[in-house]
Design a protein around this ligand. Structure first.
Ligand code: P6P
Length: 293
């Protein structure tokens, strides 16, 4: 939880409280909104009614905060200026329902929030906070600010601390790699074979980034949605996924990379730009960067 010394502490707290308060509405709306709404998002992905519903809720409620001056969403082409205080306001970039394709199969999904102290598109180094809400058997929320990572239970929209100062375990045990194996470049394939040959590591991949990231955060390990032969920038979006998840994992003592540098150092040039994402325990990401070098 951000200390009062952080000039953005109140604004971050207001944003996180608002996101948690909306979690029950979004979760309750899932059963009735599993249908496609004949739209595609700016990344060309089929949009579900649940994606659009969550996006509208977040814009309405986050956009009404004095602490928010810009709202961007994975579901919207353009950045939306809001009426926050120009001088102190923050920019929010959100994936309203990450992994919504898991809705049909009743698997995990949730919301990713990035809070930048800079106009969008912004660099990860401009992040002042990041969080995700995970709709699993229970609803939890992971938050990171300048003061560490906290895990909460979200009960009726109210956060209750489960664990403060969350750190990746030193003995990693899970890995999850996205994309089709034949589409992996040879150097990444060689890395995966090294990881798979380690009998302390086991596969955990569920198709929703935050579900897989939560496994890495709790058990230690590595998650990657790599550069692909068919898509050199991978699949995941820098503003809405790479930056906030990189911030959270680095805040928990881990490491992030786009293959050569921290995700937080990747130059932003478009709000929907994609980036290869590699995050996890420091030594596993160091091994990854050496393999891709
Ligand atoms: P694939 C969900 O659509 C998402 O954006 C991430 O949450 C997830 O890690 C990835 O795409 C899954 O992609 O290719 O395995 O379906």
């Amino acid at each position: 939880m951000a200390t009062q010394a952080d000039p953005h502490a109140d604004a971050i707290e207001e944003i996180f409280t608002t996101v948690a308060a909306l979690a029950p509405d979004i979760r309750d709306a899932l059963p009735g909104r599993r249908v496609q709404n004949d739209e595609t998002n700016p990344s060309g992905e089929t949009q579900l009614a649940a994606d659009a519903y969550a996006d509208e809720l977040f814009l309405d409620h986050l956009g009404a905060l004095d602490s928010v001056v810009e709202y961007a969403s994975e579901e919207r082409t353009k950045i939306v200026p809001t009426d926050g205080e120009e001088e102190t306001g923050l920019s929010v970039a959100i994936d309203p329902l990450d992994g919504s394709s898991n809705l049909k199969s009743n698997n995990t999904m949730g919301t990713i929030v990035a809070v930048y102290d800079a106009p969008l598109p912004a660099a990860g180094s401009d992040l002042v906070a990041a969080a995700y809400v995970l709709f699993g058997p229970i609803t939890t929320m992971i938050t990171a600010d300048g003061d560490g990572v906290t895990e909460y239970l979200v009960d009726d929209g109210v956060r209750e601390v489960i664990t403060e100062d969350v750190q990746l375990p030193d003995d990693p045990s899970v890995y999850g790699f996205g994309g089709r194996v034949p589409d992996w470049p040879d150097d990444f394939t060689a890395y995966t074979e090294d990881i798979e040959s380690d009998d302390s590591m086991k596969l955990r991949y569920g198709g929703a980034m935050i579900g897989d990231i939560n496994q890495v955060l709790i058990y230690g390990g590595v998650f990657a949605y790599p550069a692909l032969e068919s898509a050199p920038n991978g699949k995941l979006r820098l503003q809405f996924e790479g930056n906030p998840i990189g911030f959270i994992i680095e805040s928990a003592g881990g490491r992030s990379s786009d293959g050569t540098q921290s995700l937080l150092d990747v130059e932003p040039n478009d709000v929907h730009q994609r980036v290869p994402v590699y995050v996890g325990n420091d030594e596993l990401i160091e091994q990854l960067e050496a393999a891709l070098d």
